[in-house]
Design a binder for this molecule. Structure first.
Ligand SMILES: Cc1cc2nc3c(=O)[nH]c(=O)nc-3n(C[C@H](O)[C@H](O)[C@H](O)COP(=O)(O)OP(=O)(O)OC[C@H]3O[C@@H](n4cnc5c(N)ncnc54)[C@H](O)[C@@H]3O)c2cc1C
Length: 508
């Protein structure tokens, strides 16, 4: 039933494009290439969204940060891609996030004016790239009373604030999974548990991690989208990652907006406190160089957790304590070392063609994945002389996408608005296919899998039948994000086993 599968059984031995890595960049490349009419095999050593793509802040950035650094080109590209994601390709997986920048008694007038001008410039960019103010409202100044109304957790020193809007993802791993499902729906072969051992411009040796067998695949072009591990596959790219850590908190009382909090004593550095749809709050971000090899799953350190707790507490009426922290996660940003120099790729992406002919695409953001994929596939097509159509992904809605008005109508009429939020117009398909596979009633399929956890059995079953999940970790850590709170994860393990058993008979 699914075009996303584990291992290499029945995989093609020859394709136009082989993509290595199924983070947002790799699945973006698979979708771009298959939608140009090319045959595609896309693989990951582990699973969809196993790497950095699931450890992000889950924001769709409009590029304000880059404007502040004078990087107008990068900011413009972010704003364009944010508009495409929110208005065309993924309205179901994105929404407008109100963000409050509190100004307190210690904020100097000049500083406040500078922040207001920056946020105003960010809005001009939104207008310039034609993202509607219905999608992202205009920023405005708030009084102290209004600021406290939106964020009662703030301390008493607040004398006002600036309210602006940016994009928020429903979930980063869900975006990756949806892009992969869209690519598979157009005919791409998407294989998890498949590691590239060696790659060159005309193919690769792949290892099926389920069986341990190696397969030689011929490809007219090879795209290396292995993120911070890209340098392990080609000699002429070297990456030095830096770790960014987030805390996961249960909801802060009354918080109705995200908070942008300055880091005391540092210029132009802020923490974000970002409420999520189902009661959690993420707080980030640190920036710590990683020595040695990039680990598969980076771990936050105690010092990073303390830093985030203390910095956030400084702005709150009641300080956080470690017991408020119900989870923490870390992701690796790439820093590229090339020609003896280093550059920070977390701002701009790079497409590099190695002497062997492999096209490597690294850096960038979730927000700009589509443009990164376009640039990488353009480079691969040109190098291999492939006959391919033009890139059309800016106009290609992802699976389940629909205009916001239609999504709102669907959610209002649905017994499971959560499914509409995560699958858009495919919410009905998720429930119907889970019903067919399991023989269970809608009540059983739509009940939360554990107390305090909104995830349903229907989406776990769908994860196995339609999204290539093959074990408990795929279901709890990537198809859903229960794993971000370890105590919730433990409660949900039996449901994941049940979904795997129910779906087993259906999936080869
Ligand atoms: C802390 C943090 C917060 C961020 N927040 C945001 C944000 O809010 N918004 C935003 O737009 N961007 C954000 N970003 C940036 C964004 O998350 C990354 O740019 C993006 O996820 C990188 O995706 P990728 O596909 O290039 O890499 P990855 O997601 O790391 O994917 C690489 C994949 O390659 C696979 N792989 C590696 N080696 C092999 C091999 N030999 N064979 C097969 N597969 C292999 C890995 O298993 C992995 O799945 C953030 C980044 C960090 C670090």
């Amino acid at each position: 039933m699914t075009g996303i599968r584990a291992g290499l059984a029945d995989a093609p031995g020859e394709v136009d494009v082989l993509v290595v890595g199924l983070g947002v960049t790799g699945v973006g490349c698979a979708l771009d290439a298959v939608s140009r009419g090319l045959s595609v095999l896309a693989v990951d050593a582990h699973d969809l969204a196993f790497g950095t793509s699931r450890w992000s802040s889950k924001l769709v950035h409009g590029g304000l940060r880059y404007l502040a650094n004078g990087q107008v080109g990068v900011a413009h590209e972010s704003a364009v891609e944010r508009g495409i994601l929110m208005e065309v390709t993924a309205p179901h997986l994105t929404h407008a996030l109100p963000m409050l920048l509190p100004l307190d008694v210690s904020t100097r007038r000049r500083e406040a004016a500078f922040l207001r001008i920056g946020i105003g410039a960010g809005d001009l960019l939104r207008v310039a790239v034609r993202t509607s103010s219905e999608t992202l409202p205009r920023p405005r100044r708030l009084s102290a009373t209004e600021s406290h109304h939106l964020a009662p957790v703030l301390g008493s020193g607040v004398r006002g604030g600036i309210l602006s809007w940016d994009g928020q993802l429903e979930d980063d791993a869900r975006l990756v999974t949806t892009i992969a499902r869209t690519a598979a729906g157009l005919g791409a072969e998407v294989r998890t548990r498949t590691r590239a051992i060696t790659v060159h411009g005309r193919g690769a040796t792949l290892r099926d991690e389920l069986t341990g067998e190696t397969h030689v695949v011929a490809a007219r072009s090879v795209i290396n989208a292995a993120g911070v591990w890209a340098g392990d596959l080609v000699d002429d790219v070297e990456l030095r990652p830096s770790r960014g850590t987030h805390l996961v908190l249960r909801a802060l009382p009354g918080l109705r907006v995200a908070l942008t909090l300055p880091v005391p004593g540092e210029r132009n550095r802020f923490l974000n406190v970002v409420p999520q749809q189902e009661g959690l709050v993420y707080v980030g971000l640190t920036d710590v160089p990683v020595e040695g090899e990039a680990p598969d799953v980076p771990e936050p350190t105690e010092a990073e957790i303390d830093f985030l707790v203390e910095t956030t507490s400084a702005a709150l009426a009641h300080p956080l304590s470690r017991v408020d922290v119900v989870g923490a996660y870390a992701g690796l940003r790439p820093l590229l070392r090339a020609d003896g120099r280093t550059s920070d790729l977390s701002r701009r992406h790079a497409v590099l063609t190695s002497s062997t002919g492999v096209v490597t695409v690294v850096g960038g953001k979730l927000t700009t994945y589509r443009r990164m994929a376009q640039d990488a596939v353009d480079a691969a097509v040109a190098r291999a002389g492939l006959v391919a159509g033009p890139c059309s992904t800016a106009r290609l809605p992802l699976a389940g996408a629909a205009p916001r008005t239609e999504l709102a109508r669907l959610a209002a009429a649905s017994r499971a608005p959560r499914l509409v939020r995560r699958f858009g117009t495919d919410a009905g398909l998720v429930l119907a296919s889970a019903r067919e596979v399991s023989g269970l009633t809608d009540d059983e399929l739509l009940a939360p899998v554990a107390e305090g956890v909104g995830v349903t059995l229907a989406e776990l079953v769908f994860g196995v039948t339609h999204e290539g999940a093959c074990d408990v970790a795929d279901l709890l850590d990537r198809r859903t994000r229960i794993g971000l709170v370890p105590s919730d994860r433990s409660l949900a393990v039996p449901a994941a086993h049940r979904a795997l058993t129910l779906a087993k008979a259906t999936v080869r």
